[in-house]
Design a protein around this ligand. Structure first.
Ligand SMILES: [Mg+2]
Length: 264
């Protein structure tokens, strides 16, 4: 059995773990408070391809979990850094929002327009409400011509309300990948870059940190692959694949009890 008390860093998924929409989930605020009071590192790790870390930190703070931008790892924010680590400074064709262009420019990349796709050495895909045939054509031609394809995440859907979704960043990425004839490098969970950067922020080795989240496919699988301890938040209590995670709880209130228990 894993002892939570022995861990130095705690990485939390946001949607379905810390909050649902604009409501904090049970135990979230109290657990984060208790961990910080005990000197443990806390970061928040999200696949968001629309919001930047600063915006997310403000929302957390307004809900009662004080946070600053460096406490939040948003996949969109890490895109520029991930491209730089992989291929250096690049001419990037961005398929995404204005925020994505800001992120790329802040990391020192040159942003290329859709008419200029021949100049692109990288194509980057995020959630793009203006996605259309022209953008798909430019992006896929650039990839076919040798530009490296990056994406914020491969999530197929973006939940927008009870039972409703928008096509996710992954759906747009797959269209570019199929037409362009290349597989994407993925920044967000369950892929390595976002976990590596979370561990750097926590200042921990993987075995000293736990990834806590409600998705077996992204949080638990990705955390495990990164060598971290994993905790699965399973509100349904169905435990179909409980063996995949080191710790299984219904919510963070239950995790708070475990934390207090293992500290004796
Ligand atoms: Mg989640």
């Amino acid at each position: 059995l894993i002892s939570l008390a022995g861990l130095r860093g705690f990485a939390f998924d946001l949607d379905g773990c810390i909050w649902a929409g604009s409501t904090l989930l049970p135990g979230a605020r109290e657990l984060v408070e208790a961990l910080r009071a005990a000197g443990r590192g806390v970061v928040f790790v999200t696949n968001s391809s629309r919001e930047r870390a600063g915006q997310i930190a403000e929302r957390l703070s307004a809900l009662g979990i004080p946070a600053r931008a460096p406490d939040v790892l948003a996949a969109l924010d890490l895109l520029g850094e991930a491209i730089r680590r992989q291929v250096g400074l690049a001419a990037v064709l961005p398929v995404g929002t204005r925020e994505m262009r800001e992120v790329l420019e802040a990391a020192g990349h040159t942003v290329v327009g859709f008419d200029d796709w021949r100049r692109a050495t990288v194509v980057a895909v995020g959630n793009d409400p203006s996605f259309d045939f022209g953008r798909l054509r430019a992006a896929s031609r650039a990839v076919a011509g040798g530009a490296t394809l990056f994406t914020v995440n491969l999530d197929p859907r973006l939940p927008v309300g009870p039972g409703e979704f928008d096509p996710g960043c992954g759906a747009l990425t797959e269209a570019v990948a199929v037409a362009g004839g290349a597989r994407p490098l993925v920044v967000g969970k369950p892929h390595a870059p976002i976990f590596e950067m979370a561990l750097e922020r926590l200042g921990c080795r993987p075995s000293e940190a736990v990834m806590v989240g409600d998705s077996l496919a992204t949080d638990v699988a990705g955390g495990r692959a990164a060598g971290m301890v994993t905790a699965w938040v399973d509100p349904a209590g169905e435990l179909p694949d409980a063996g995949q995670a080191d710790v299984v709880v219904r919510d963070l209130a239950e995790m708070l009890k475990l934390w207090r228990g293992t500290r004796g």
